[in-house]
Design a binder for this molecule. Sequence first.
Ligand code: HEC
Ligand code: HEC
Length: 195
Amino acid sequence: MTSGKARTTAALSAFFACALTSVAFSQTASIDEKAQTCLQCHGEQGKAIDPSYPSIWGQHQGYLYLQLRDFKLGNRKNEIMNGIAQDLSREDMMALAEYFSQKTWVNLNQPRASEADVKRSETAIVSGQCGACHGADGVGAGTTPRINGQSHDYLLKTMEDFRAKVRTNNPWMSDILGTLQPEDLQALANYYAGK
Ligand code: HEC
Ligand code: HEC
């Protein structure tokens, strides 16, 4: 926990130090320039600087836009992203969602889940109907996110956030994950990360 916090603080200071001197959110900056700010955390080559930060390269446009909107409205709470989204207009958010959705999804080369985790996940996937929305492979579409190959630490964190109703921007996800055990979420994070 402490090291996570320390990392976040370090990333934040680095970000704000840069933001002071950058043109990131000025009215005249192009989308390419605005996206540079995002890359400071989400990765110059699409691999985020911290495993608890999500991959956004190649994520679906509709989903990316909705998350930015939810961060801006405060429907999804995260001290870093709430601050960043504050400065984005609707047009910025649409353009950034399009920009990142057109990038290629990055293979993080995470280990495949153990047989025990696969078995546990398959049961949870049937009971939670994950495939009905995220697709059998977890690739999602539109406003339903791709979850296969997403960073393990982020997947686990965000599923725990949904379950504990810390992430409240989709009550369905909270209800579904609320029916599962904490060990199921651990197995599912291993399963989808390593897919
Ligand atoms: C200082 C680091 C930092 C910067 C800069 C940053 N992000 Fe983030 N971003 C994060 C973190 C951390 C999260 C995870 C929040 C959580 O756990 O709920 C996140 C989450 C997101 C998500 C949600 C992804 C998902 O799978 O749900 C999107 C979309 C996003 N960021 C887009 C952007 C865009 C676009 C920019 C630039 C305008 C940006 N971010 C700049 C740290 C950053
Ligand atoms: C009824 C459709 C539906 C079902 C069933 C469903 N999901 Fe989701 N899931 C969604 C949608 C839509 C979102 C995006 C929510 C938002 O806008 O914040 C989401 C978000 C997520 C996220 C967050 C991804 C990110 O990048 O932040 C994870 C992880 C996830 N679901 C995993 C699962 C798992 C595991 C199951 C099965 C146990 C499941 N979902 C079942 C529709 C569904």
